[in-house]
Structure formats: structure tokens, C-alpha cells
Design a protein. Structure first.
Length: 458
């Protein structure tokens, strides 16, 4: 596939890195020559210096025969204009744009072929807000990923000593679970080593366990691996930007929420849009302020400013002062690797959250949802099975008959409203939503081919 990526920032660089390893022809456009040089030294891509929405620059990038344009610059207006130019002048088949401002995203009628022809609208702030909200719903989770419109969820959690399943073979799971509940462990990470589990696998203390279940059974499965504790009630958000204010609106009806925002005017503006949440003016790394707001009785502290260092510092401080769980928004990948071994419970990378939404629209083979895992090394995918036994490699076949790439598993199949935890003899039917765990990203192309319908396949 020939792809033009506009913007060599953090998201643009991440998507270029991901796609360049998958036999794609990638060109990246940016006004900063230094950014492009760094990217070209690391990846097999072309770089074009220039303004991303200018037709002549897009022509130099190969827009005339490109299959896809992904506009990821820091300007909503440039991204929207670039998609307009690509459609009007060059009829580029697929156009994806990152748009941050709610003034645009709340008016969906803007983004159609008659006005601003954007096929896929990516709002990083909205995606990150949803991601953190799911973590709040399950306080013991490290990641919570939705599939089939939330009917099934993939959850990552750390195994605790003394929990029912820890120290036991997975085949004993059915002895603990209620008769009407079912779940499947998709993968285990032990000291950064990937373990693809079977019935004889033993869960050990501190393992990071990815399991998949119907939404209603997530809590039951969590109890098998760690103490659940009480639901989160008291939440403090450090930073009142788009993510902080949106998250407060999402949580305030069910939780006691406070926002700490250093800018008085911004704090005043946020307060006018909230019904129950309390907005405080101050520095989220101010020890006295955190103490006054009873950080030691806070269930979850989220550091959501635009500054990685501030987020890391205030999260470490909150944890030290007694917050039960701390979540930090961190943009730099090197920082994510560093702090996940420290006192911060979860580091949320906007780039990794955003890239999954992008990949779902780029992958071949009827893939409707993609989640990037383990800092891009693995993926969880939802693919729709189409065709019949003659035209498809998966339809009307039991899982044990499917030639899955090495390490790839199918934890579950969603059929209508039913979540079916998959076993070796589970048969996939047409229109099933098949959930796959792919621990090695190099196998993605093989997974794509599995779900492509071919008139020639028998």
C-alpha cells in the first residue's frame, strides 16, 4: 500500500514505524528537516520537506497515486485542508485526519464529501479519555480494551500471591468460576518474556496476564488473579486540559472528582461546564495542596498535563503520599519504559492509544478494531469473518483447522450479542467477529491474509 503520512511528530513517527515494517511504501511530510532526518535514519521511508496541505508538496510526496493519506500534523486546519486537497485534486481513495478541537468534532456534518471529505476522524483526546475511563471502571486493571462495541473486553492485570488461580494450572480455572461465567487467558508476560498459555501453564506471582471475557464476567475473572478491593470513588485529576475536563465530565456522575488546574481562567471555564466535579486552582505537584485535598484517601490520581516531567513528578508524589493508584499521561516512549518499573502504576501513552484507532482503518482483511499492545510489539485484533468455506480460510472451520501464525490465538468469537469463549473445536461462522491475540507483530500480514475473501481459494 502506498501511504502518505503528514507530520513527523510523535504520532506520525509511531505510525510510520509501525507501517514501514509491513511492506508498505511510506512517505512522510514535515516542515522540520531535522525531524525527517531522524526518521529516515531509523526507517525505510521517504521524507519530503514542506507544508503538508500545499498541493505541490503533496505531489512531491506521491499523492497522485497514493492509496491513503494520514494527516497527523499539530494543526487541525492543516489536516482538514490536506484531506480536502487530496480528495478534490487527486481523488485519494482514503483520507484519515487527526482533529483535536471539540468545536470541529462535535459537528460531524462538517466531515463529509460535500464539505471536508475526511473518511476517518481521529480524536486523540477522546480516545485517551475513553481509555482512562475504562481503567477507572476496573481499578485492578493495567489495560482494558473493548471489542464488539464493548460486549467483550481484553483486560491486562498483575497476578497477586494468594489469589485462587496463582500457583495453579490454568485447567483448574473452571473449578473456581461460576457455571454461567467463562473467560480465556490469551497471553502471559513474565519478566518481559511472552508465554502462550495452555491448560498446563501455571500462573506465577507478578505475571502480567491478558484475559478476555464478556463484559459482565470481567470482575469475576479479576478475582481469580488479584484482590478486587472497593470500586474507585475519590478521584483527583491533575491538569484541566481537554483530556482532564472531558474525563471529569465522564466520571462526575458516578465518582467524587476534583481537578487541579494551574491557570485561573482555564479553571473558571472548566468549572462552568461541570455539574458536580470540583475545580481547584493550583499546582498539581504542590505537596501542601495535595495534603489539603486528602491525597492519602484518594482512590485514583491521574496526572494529565501536557508536560511529561510534571506528570511523572506529581504521580510519584501522590503515590508516596498515599494515593492507592496513580496514572500518568506520558508521551515519550523512553519515559514509559522507565517509569513502569517504578512507583507509578500505569503510564498511558497517547501515541499507542491513537495508533490502534488508525491501524483498524489501514489493515487489510476486514479488521474493524486494532489495539496496540506492549509498546507496539503485539496487537489484539477484531476481524469479521466473511465468505464461505470455498472463499474463506476461516469460515465454517474449527479453530484447530485454521492455520494460525505462530503464537497467534483466538480467545473468543462474538456472534450477534453472544460472546463465545473459544476452544479448539469452536467453529467460526460467517459474520462472526473473531478476536485474535497476536504477540508478534511480524505475523500481522499472515493474519490479514487469513481474513481476506478470495474467489480463488478452495
Amino acid at each position: 500500500m502506498k501511504i502518505v503520512v503528514l507530520g513527523a511528530g510523535q504520532v506520525g513517527s509511531t505510525i510510520a514505524h509501525s507501517l514501514s515494517n509491513e511492506e508498505n511504501d511510506i512517505t512522510v511530510v514535515d516542515i522540520d528537516a531535522a525531524n525527517l532526518k531522524v526518521l529516515q535514519n531509523r526507517l525505510d521511508i521517504r521524507g519530503v520537506i514542506g507544508h503538508a496541505s500545499h498541493p505541490k508538496v503533496l505531489v512531491r510526496a506521491g499523492i497522485e497515486d497514493a492509496d491513503l493519506i494520514i494527516a497527523l500534523t499539530n494543526s487541525d486546519e492543516v489536516n482538514m485542508t490536506a484531506c480536502q486537497v487530496a480528495y478534490t485534486l487527486y481523488n485519494t481513495p482514503t483520507r484519515i485526519a487527526r482533529v483535536r478541537s471539540s468545536d470541529y468534532t462535535e459537528n460531524a456534518e462538517l466531515f463529509n464529501r460535500e464539505h471536508c471529505p475526511v473518511d476517518v476522524l481521529i480524536s486523540p483526546e477522546g480516545l485517551v479519555t475513553e481509555h482512562i475511563a475504562r481503567l477507572v471502571e476496573y481499578p485492578g486493571a493495567l489495560q482494558v480494551l473493548d471489542f464488539a462495541d464493548g460486549r467483550a473486553q481484553l483486560v491486562a492485570t498483575q497476578a497477586y500471591a494468594g489469589s485462587p488461580l496463582v500457583g495453579h494450572r490454568l485447567q483448574t480455572l473452571r473449578e473456581h468460576m461460576p457455571a454461567d461465567a467463562d473467560a480465556r487467558i490469551a497471553a502471559i508476560y513474565r519478566q518481559d518474556k511472552t508465554i502462550i498459555p495452555d491448560g498446563s501453564t501455571v500462573i506465577e506471582e507478578n505475571d502480567i496476564v491478558f484475559f478476555l471475557a464478556a463484559r459482565r464476567n470481567i470482575g469475576t475473572m479479576m478475582k481469580e488473579l488479584r484482590p478486587l478491593g472497593n470500586p474507585a470513588r475519590r478521584i483527583i485529576l491533575g491538569g484541566g486540559g481537554n483530556i482532564g475536563s472531558n474525563l471529569a465530565r465522564h466520571l462526575e456522575s458516578r465518582h467524587h472528582v476534583k481537578i487541579i488546574e494551574h491557570n485561573f481562567d482555564r479553571a473558571e471555564a472548566i468549572a462552568e461546564t461541570l455539574e458536580k466535579a470540583i475545580v481547584l486552582v493550583g499546582d498539581c505537584s504542590d505537596v501542601d495542596l495535595l495534603r489539603e485535598e486528602a491525597i492519602d484517601t484518594t482512590d485514583i490520581y491521574c496526572a494529565l498535563t501536557n508536560d511529561d516531567e510534571d506528570n511523572i513528578l506529581s504521580s510519584m508524589l501522590a503515590k508516596q503520599m498515599g494515593a492507592k493508584k496513580v496514572i500518568a499521561l506520558v508521551n515519550r516512549a523512553a519515559y514509559v519504559d522507565l517509569i513502569e518499573t517504578g512507583s507509578i502504576d500505569i503510564a498511558v501513552s497517547p501515541q499507542q492509544v491513537t495508533i490502534g484507532a488508525l491501524l483498524a482503518h489501514i489493515r487489510r482483511g476486514n479488521m474493524v478494531r486494532v489495539h496496540s499492545l506492549r509498546r507496539g510489539a503485539a496487537e489484539a485484533i477484531e476481524a469479521i469473518a466473511l465468505g464461505d468455506k470455498r472463499s474463506s480460510k476461516v469460515v465454517d472451520r474449527a479453530i484447530e483447522e485454521i492455520d494460525l501464525p505462530t503464537g497467534t490465538t483466538i480467545p473468543a468469537v462474538v456472534r450477534g450479542d453472544e460472546v463465545i469463549i473459544a476452544h479448539h473445536d469452536t467453529v467460526i461462522r460467517e459474520h462472526d467477529h473473531v478476536i485474535l491475540f497476536v504477540p508478534d507483530k511480524r505475523q500481522i500480514a499472515a493474519v490479514e491474509r487469513l481474513f481476506q475473501v478470495s474467489a480463488l481459494f478452495v
